[in-house]
Design a protein around this ligand. Structure first.
Ligand code: UDP
Length: 479
């Protein structure tokens, strides 16, 4: 990566503003580190709540101290300190941020030194675009979730106009999202589109459409994907937003660039908002090759006690080994690990399972013992699995996950979609299909996609070149 040869003051100063939830923060940190690696001055704007947790659970200060121009600042997320921030809380946060965070952002931008040359804002934070426009600072949007879902969101007004929304026929094909006419069903639309009438869904839909349709007003759009995965969808998006940088998978891109700079001994920043339990790696070390199914539903999903029991029986009855992340407070009702869990489940888990509160997921997915991933289809998890070549069983919870899981099973053919079902027999069957009976069907396409993903972030690959282009374009903004 080309280094900034000028004095620090003449280097571009980029302000990075994530939506303060784990998946978005993850990708933004990676982008921020990529910019810092190229010599940019980076100010990373965390919510006060997240920053406190990052300081508590990670080596954030020590890690970023290696980049002389890297600085953290915090702003409120607008919610009270004791707000639980689980489930669909972030929709509430949008309003709170619009009201309370925008003014803090403007004040900061007016007083910051050296002045900011460019803002990279989460593509859901329209107030940042408004603030940037008011102050005449270029803003680049980063949509950290999937390109396919961005395109579905963008098409919502067309679906409504064509009478395809609202709908109750979940298996009917949607015909008004260009590029997805042959496989996207109502069931696969983002969770926010689900409602028997649009009045129920209205406020969420309106918010999402408003934020999404603002995107062409930004200078350009960064997407965490790569041409070989999402080429056809990117072509459609370009008809509305011509300036796109597809630089993903961003975690793999960062690994490439760190390796270039530090060799194989580079260290990772684990930007987890929960305490990492690394004991699962020692457990994986003792398991045979490709025999473990890794189960994790990300940072937002909650499961009911009944769902937990069905999943647990399904895993145990499949007789496969499993590593399961059950995040603290993610089970609605009693604690998922104790209480009235049937003895047979606990015994079987002791025999061939392992449960942690939060795992080093990238490392887990690349561990030789892992042969499958039962996932909620969050976009980061999906890309991490793609890069590791691990086939998936998708059990989407909300937002883009319903679309992502359809792409995994129908467009990319690298897994199974268990959408809308949580039944022990189905879980058992799918785990056995993925890990044994239909293994060959998924292993080859997953390995092929992993190869393409890794090539895209290697020197000369599409995402590698797109990141260089992004860096150069930001550099030009600072001249
Ligand atoms: N993750 C992790 N450890 C876990 C579970 C998840 O490090 O035990 C990370 C995972 O690697 C991913 C992120 O948390 O980068 C979750 O993001 P994703 O977009 O998949 O889902 P979200 O949390 O936004 O629903």
């Amino acid at each position: 990566m080309e280094k900034c040869q000028q004095s620090e003051a003449a280097c571009p100063h980029v302000l990075v503003l994530p939506l303060p939830i784990q998946g978005h923060v993850n990708s933004m940190f990676k982008l921020a580190e990529l910019l810092a690696l190229s010599g940019f001055k980076v100010t990373f704007l965390n919510s006060e709540h997240n920053h406190e947790r990052l300081v508590k659970y990670t080596n954030i200060t020590a890690h970023f101290a290696r980049y002389p121009g890297f600085e953290f600042k915090t702003i409120p997320d607008g919610l009270p300190d004791d707000h639980p921030r689980t489930g669909e809380w972030f929709l509430e946060m949008f309003d709170a941020m619009e009201m309370k965070t925008k003014s803090s952002l403007i004040e900061m931008l007016l007083n910051i030194s050296p002045p900011v040359d460019c803002i990279i804002g989460d593509g859901f934070l329209g107030f940042a675009l408004d603030a940037a426009n008011e102050l005449g600072i270029p803003i680049i949007y980063f949509r950290t979730s999937s390109a396919c879902c961005f395109w579905v969101y963008y098409s919502i007004p067309d679906m409504i106009q064509a009478g395809e929304l609202p709908t109750r026929e979940m298996d009917r094909l949607i015909t008004t999202v260009p590029g997805m006419e042959t496989f996207l069903r109502c069931r696969d639309l983002p969770s926010f589109c689900r409602a028997s009438n649009m009045t129920d869904a209205d406020s969420k839909i309106q918010l999402i459409v408003k934020e999404t349709r603002k995107t062409p007003q930004a200078h350009s759009l960064i997407l965490n994907t790569f041409e070989d995965l999402d080429g056809p969808i990117l072509s459609h998006i370009r008809t509305k937003c011509p300036h796109i940088y597809a630089i993903g998978p961003i975690h793999a891109q960062l690994n490439t660039r760190l390796r270039e700079k530090y060799g194989e001994s580079y260290d990772h920043f684990s930007n987890s908002l929960w305490e990492l339990d690394r004991s699962c790696i020692s457990w994986l070390d003792k398991q045979p090759k490709q025999c473990v199914i890794y189960v994790s539903f990300g940072s937002v999903t909650t499961t009911s006690r009944e769902q937990l029991t069905e999943l647990w029986y399904g895993l145990v009855n499949s007789k496969k080994r499993f590593l399961w992340v059950i995040r603290p407070n993610s089970v609605t009702g009693k604690d998922g690990r104790g209480g009235d869990v049937p003895v047979e489940l606990l015994e079987a888990t002791r025999e061939r399972g392992y449960i942690v509160g939060w795992a080093p997921q990238e490392e887990v997915l690349n561990h030789p013992a892992v042969g499958g991933f039962l996932t909620h289809s969050g976009w980061n998890s999906t890309l991490e699995s793609v890069v590791a070549g691990v086939p998936m069983i998708c059990w989407p919870y909300f937002a883009d996950q319903q679309v992502n899981s359809r792409f995994v099973s129908e467009a990319w053919k690298i897994g199974l979609d268990m959408k809308d079902v949580c039944d022990r027999k189905v879980v058992e069957m799918m785990v056995n299909d993925l890990m044994v009976n239909r293994k060959e069907e998924f292993v080859k396409p997953a390995a092929k996609m992993a190869k393409l993903a890794n090539e895209s972030v290697s020197v000369g690959g599409s995402s590698y070149c797109n990141l260089d282009r992004l860096i150069e374009d930001i550099r030009l903004m600072s001249l």
